[in-house]
Design a protein around this ligand. Structure first.
Ligand code: MD3
Ligand code: FE
Length: 223
């Protein structure tokens, strides 16, 4: 059937077709594709300020292995590990000073993403900053150092892409692979909060803004 040339296109000024921006990856977990992109202008300067006060450093696990990922933190509590265990501390063990306070833009972004995923009033007291260079990885683990598992976790991916492993409740359960790209945010909560997860070794590459690295923010309510 040919269109009458005089027919008005009722959809001429509608939004252009776009891929779904929210992908469910678990019962109460989803990826918000590109959610952080509009925040980058404010996020990156704030990140620089935090890292100037609390530099990225590699830490040692209780088992004596040096992590391939370099870490820092901001907020009231910062996650650390050394030979004596995993824990949250108020002070940066390297500087002896309190962890830098959480920049307003970090807090607002984490809260906005949590709300978009259906978790209202998320108030993180800790933001772990993970820096991966090519080859760096994070083995399958659970996040169990927080006082309560009732609050969600919000993770922001920047820079080089990563293949995220999302497992089950036992280490041996089959994992699904979720590619995470610059600007993506993942929100995990409820029944998915204690699922095993990890990151495959980062592949070589150059990101146009962040260069040869992936930066991940993990927002948690630790206390
Ligand atoms: C899934 N970081 O720091 S994002 C971590 O990309 C960590 O740097 C990864 O796992 C990274 O502990 C993954 C965060 C994440 C955090 C908690 C989860 C994913 C999760 C809890 C349950 C399921
Ligand atoms: Fe984790």
């Amino acid at each position: 059937m040919t269109m009458n040339p005089m027919t008005f296109d009722l959809f001429a000024d509608a939004e252009p077709e776009q891929q779904p921006r929210r992908e469910q990856i678990g019962e109460q977990s989803c990826v918000l594709r590109g959610f952080a992109l509009p925040w980058l202008d404010r996020l990156l300067p704030a990140l620089e300020a935090v890292l100037a006060a609390a530099p990225l450093r590699q830490m040692v696990t209780p088992g004596g292995f040096t992590m391939s990922v370099a870490l820092s933190s901001c907020g009231t509590w910062g996650w650390t590990t050394d030979r004596s265990g995993y824990r949250y501390t108020r002070d940066d063990p390297q500087t002896g000073l309190p962890w830098p306070s959480m920049p307003e833009v970090f807090f607002q972004l984490a809260q906005a993403a949590a709300r978009d995923a259906g978790f209202t009033d998320f108030e993180p007291d800790s933001c772990l900053i993970n820096r991966y260079v090519p080859g760096a990885k994070m083995s399958l683990h659970q996040d169990k150092d927080e006082k309560s598992y009732a609050e969600p976790i919000v993770s922001v991916s920047l820079g080089l892409p990563a293949m995220f492993l999302f497992g089950g409740f036992a280490r041996g359960d089959k994992s699904q692979r979720v590619p995470l790209l610059h600007g993506d945010i993942v929100v995990w909560g409820g029944v998915d909060r204690l699922r095993y997860h990890g990151v495959l070794p980062i592949k070589d590459g150059q990101h146009s803004i962040l260069g040869e690295q992936r930066i991940n923010f993990t927002f948690r309510r630790s206390h």
